[in-house]
Design a binder for this molecule. Structure first.
Ligand SMILES: [Zn+2]
Length: 186
């Protein structure tokens, strides 16, 4: 059982490692191009911790675990973000920015920002009702984005493929989900 005493709510290295373990249970995946593996970690004083570089088989861009998440490019320590998300999700009646401010020891302004961003990230933008309610037709389809591993021409032992699953309501909304990548490095 997680509690607010957990290291990842206090230590930013622990927070990053915790987030990596959730987001990348099978190892880092480049958030820019989807390539799995081949990346390397950038180390040394010139680089902040947790920075990776996508391989030459991918896009070669740098990335960290927060890229593409609500935590990206924030100056607020990651451990505070995780603690705020934990508090907002675990308290039955929700939590005010004032309570966050007192509990986390951050300024009220920071607490308000955290609460706002985290709630926004969790919101479903009004799409709360079941699709197809009222007798509408819902169609489902899935597609693959990326490249299948295989011993085809130019095969270098890697592949990246994401399954995108979409539900479309006729004359209505569409919802897309990504499924966990099915392929790993060769
Ligand atoms: Zn990449």
């Amino acid at each position: 059982m997680t509690s607010l005493n957990a290291p990842h709510f206090h230590d930013d290295d622990a927070a990053r490692e915790y987030l990596e373990s959730i987001r990348w249970p099978d190892g880092p995946v480049c958030p820019h191009c989807g390539v799995i593996g081949g990346h390397y970690q950038l180390e040394g004083k010139a680089h902040r911790k947790g920075l990776y570089k996508c391989s030459e088989r991918g896009c070669r861009k740098q990335f960290s675990v927060t890229v593409g998440t609500v935590f990206e490019r924030s100056h607020i320590p990651l451990s505070k973000w995780l603690a705020a998300a934990y508090l907002l999700c675990s308290s039955k009646k929700g939590m005010s920015a004032h309570q966050l401010h007192r509990t986390l020891g951050v300024t009220y302004k920071t607490a308000w920002f955290l609460a706002h961003r985290i709630r926004f990230a969790m919101a479903d933008f009004g799409q709360t009702g079941p699709m197809g309610s009222g007798g509408g037709v819902v169609e489902a389809d899935e597609t693959y984005i990326g490249r299948k591993p295989g011993r085809t021409k130019g095969w270098k032992g890697w592949g990246h493929k994401n399954v995108v699953f979409t539900l479309v309501e006729r004359e209505g909304q569409a919802r897309s989900f990504t499924s966990p990548a099915r392929c790993s490095t060769g």
